[in-house]
Design a protein around this ligand. Structure first.
Ligand code: ZN
Ligand code: ZN
Length: 741
């Protein structure tokens, strides 16, 4: 078929001007119209369409509804469509037909302007004689889904029923998708189970919906039903089911799906092969992943990244690095994969080393994704100097500060303990999306500024930014650190009813934490018992932490047993329970647990504290001698302890984790705690008024907490200590947590 290039002017058919006074013209006009309309399909740019538009107005062809709708469809949905221009063309059509209305609704819906799409729908219903039909609803409902506007979705559903379109399979499928997007899973299931006609898309919408909404086991259940009803699964079904297996993770089911694909003869595209690979990797089966990988003829960046990440998850960093080194193209995407593989698997120090390596070569330059991952590694390890350097780098290189980067900067400064700098970044930007707001709310929460975090939540609402699941996690966390139980309950209750966000495990865990920390342990247990989803490890972990604060041995045992059932390799749970036994003097319990850990080969995660001095991160393990300056550090520690003792300080011996009989030994092992070493290193290598910033991987013990308070007073140094749960700002002998953590 002939096509035009932008350089050639159009030669349109010459024809007599169509006169409105004589609407029933002979067929020769139709021949001309037909020719003109056939040009529409062959246009290659918007200029040509505009020429045809002008020509059609001149000849009057535009005022014939069918022809106008044909031109309009091309302007609105064609490959070089322009929405603004399309809107102008639409407004020129005197009596748009249903097709034109549907086209405009569809155009806005496909260009992610759901609000406009819905408002055109309203115009159609109120201003035109056209009734919405089975072609209108799927797009209008898609708009409601994209905007997650549940009330509108429900209103459309009502209209669908009134128009007797509920059994149209396209309409029903769009309703299912919409209810999932808005988080109303019950309604999605209702539409699915009551619709008389189901096709493979209906099943796929349900399966994908459940995977995305965190119920992968439901997705697998549906897949089994689908098989029982002899519905032929498609490529999309398989990708959905595999990602369900990856999320659970359920290797057995995953393998069954792989054989199903083979038996059913479903052609394995790159996307499907990547989904299979991802399932193996997430289930920790790198042998099968490697076998599949070696047979794959086509590989893309997702393929390589999946392998890399799979090895990193198993902490096989040699293999991960080997994947990186074998990548055919080491563009920035490859570097990003390596940095995030380390960063997301608890190896921030290695992630930063890769970032330094990247800077030393010339083939790839860091982009926004690189900087976001690197900032996240800085946040984990407390490398604020590097974080600041990245902020300067962004400005100097003129890298566009997108929402991800802004959120990452706020998060980095908050997690490194400099809330002021986090605030400065937040205030320096004019536009903020939900992640930027959530990041700042999270920062305030972790520093114990609960009130301010909640105020910010309402400011965000005033600016019409819709909160998401992350926002609520941070708001609930703010309530928890500040002991605001009633507020937390209110927020939790509103999540689904007012914002359409279905609470997930992390939200339940936050609520258990709020209730538990404030001493409502029984209520926390009742709360867990009434959860609509089975409680996971983080929920029991929250209860266990609270039991420790309030020394509730019987509930701690319950929580710990459940936790260990779910995570048999959870060293933290074993240690926490052994601490609780130790605190109440139940040494039999302690020794039994220790024996169990020895037999099962479970090791307690060693305490580790890091401190950044002049851009270099120094790590100290408990009782560590590996640091080149450790001799000087221990010397300083002795001096500090002597000075503290001269003012009446006494070590809190009940904090000792090991069972050491002699009192003196107890004191010595307390002295070896990594945070004390890091603080002493800070005293030697930095000067006031620079605060000493220490990051600890475990929860800070009571003795180190008292010591840090005293050092802040006697040495007049500000100490910012981040432990696993929160921040402690020590200033002039006081801590920001008010000794509640
Ligand atoms: Zn300690
Ligand atoms: Zn504190």
């Amino acid at each position: 078929m002939a096509s035009f290039s932008a350089a050639q002017p159009l030669s349109l058919p010459r024809q007599p001007i169509l006169s409105n006074s004589n609407p029933n013209r002979p067929s020769s006009i139709n021949e001309h119209s037909r020719q003109t309309l056939s040009f529409i399909d062959r246009c290659t740019d918007i200029t040509h369409l505009k020429q045809i538009h002008a020509h059609m107005i001149r000849t009057g062809l535009f005022f014939e509804p069918f022809s106008a709708s044909k031109l309009f469809a091309s302007v609105a949905l064609g490959p070089f469509s322009s929405l603004d221009y399309a809107r102008k063309v639409f407004d020129e059509i005197t009596h748009p037909n249903s097709y034109s209305w549907n086209t405009l609704i569809r155009a806005y819906a496909s260009r992610s302007d759901p609000v406009q799409s819905i408002s055109v729908f309203v115009d159609m219903v109120s201003e035109s004689p056209c009734r919405p039909n089975k072609f209108t609803f799927p797009f209008a409902i898609k708009a409601a889904a994209d905007g997650s506007i549940l009330p509108v979705g429900r209103a459309f559903h009502g209209m669908v029923i009134k128009s007797s379109l509920a059994n149209d399979v396209f309409v029903a499928n769009s309703l299912i998708h919409c209810y999932f997007s808005c988080g109303d899973l019950d309604s999605a299931c209702k539409v699915f189970s009551t619709s008389r006609r189901k096709d493979v898309v209906s099943w796929n919408s349900m399966i994908t919906g459940f995977v995305q909404k965190g119920s992968p086991d439901k997705a697998l259940e549906l897949f089994r039903e689908m098989e029982a009803e002899n519905v032929k699964a498609s490529h999309v079904t398989m990708v959905g089911v595999l990602s369900a297996c990856a999320k659970i993770p359920d290797l057995e089911s995953g393998k069954r799906v792989c054989s199903y694909i083979e038996e059913a003869g479903i052609s394995v595209s790159l996307t499907l092969a990547n989904a299979m690979l991802d399932m193996y990797a997430k289930c920790g089966n790198m042998e099968d992943a490697k076998r599949l990988f070696d047979t794959m003829e086509e590989k893309d960046i997702v393929t390589w990244t999946t392998m890399l990440d799979g090895y990193a998850r198993l902490e096989d960093y040699v293999a991960a690095r080997h994947v990186f080194d074998s990548m055919p193209v080491k563009d920035i995407a490859a570097w990003n994969a390596l940095i995030s593989a380390y960063g997301q698997n608890g190896k921030p120090k290695e992630a930063l080393e890769v970032f330094h390596e990247l800077q030393l070569q010339n083939n790839a330059k860091p982009n926004q994704i690189t900087l976001v991952s690197t900032l996240s590694a800085c946040a984990q390890i407390g490398a604020m100097d590097l974080g600041e350097w990245i902020e300067v780098y962004i400005k100097k290189r003129g890298i566009r500060l997108n929402f991800y980067l802004v959120s990452a900067l706020i998060h980095m400064y908050s997690k490194c303990g400099d809330l002021e700098k986090a605030r400065a970044v937040f205030n320096s930007v004019e536009k903020r999306d939900v992640f930027v707001w959530s990041s700042m709310i999270g920062g305030l929460a972790m520093h114990g500024c609960g009130r301010e975090a909640i105020d910010l939540f309402f400011r965000m609402k005033d600016e019409n930014v819709k909160p998401n699941g992350v926002t609520f996690t941070n708001v609930l966390c703010a309530c928890s650190h500040t002991g605001m139980v009633d507020e937390a309950k209110r927020f939790f209750d509103q999540m689904e009813s007012a914002y359409g966000i279905v609470p997930e495990h992390k939200h339940y865990a936050c609520m258990v934490d709020v209730l538990g920390r404030s001493g409502y342990l029984e209520e926390a247990v009742k709360f867990i018992e009434t959860m609509p989803i089975p409680p996971n490890a983080s929920v029991w972990g929250a209860l266990l932490g609270a039991c420790k604060i309030h020394c509730n041995l019987s509930l701690a045992e319950l929580a710990c047993t459940r936790l260990i059932e779910l995570e048999p390799r959870n060293d933290g749970a074993h240690v926490l329970l052994s601490n609780i036994y130790a605190k109440s003097g139940k040494w039999d319990g302690v020794s039994e647990l220790r024996k169990h850990m020895r037999v099962t080969g479970l090791k307690k995660e060693p305490g580790c504290s890091s401190i950044e001095v002049d851009g270099v991160v120094h790590e100290f393990l408990a009782g560590d001698n590996a640091h080149p300056m450790s001799e000087k550090v221990y010397e300083k520690l002795d001096k500090v302890m002597d000075r503290l003792k001269s003012t009446g300080y006494e070590p809190e011996k009940s904090e000792v984790l090991q069972i050491i009989e002699e009192e003196e030994m107890k004191e010595q092992s307390l002295n070896l705690h990594s945070e004390k070493l890091a603080i002493c290193f800070g005293l030697i290598s930095t000067k006031a008024p620079k605060p000493i910033r220490v990051i600890k991987n475990l929860r800070v013990c009571g003795d180190c907490h008292s010591v840090a308070k005293l050092i802040s007073l006697l040495y007049d140094r500000e100490i910012v200590l981040r432990d696993r749960y929160r921040f402690h700002h020590f200033r002039r002998g006081q801590c920001s947590c008010n000794d509640f953590w």
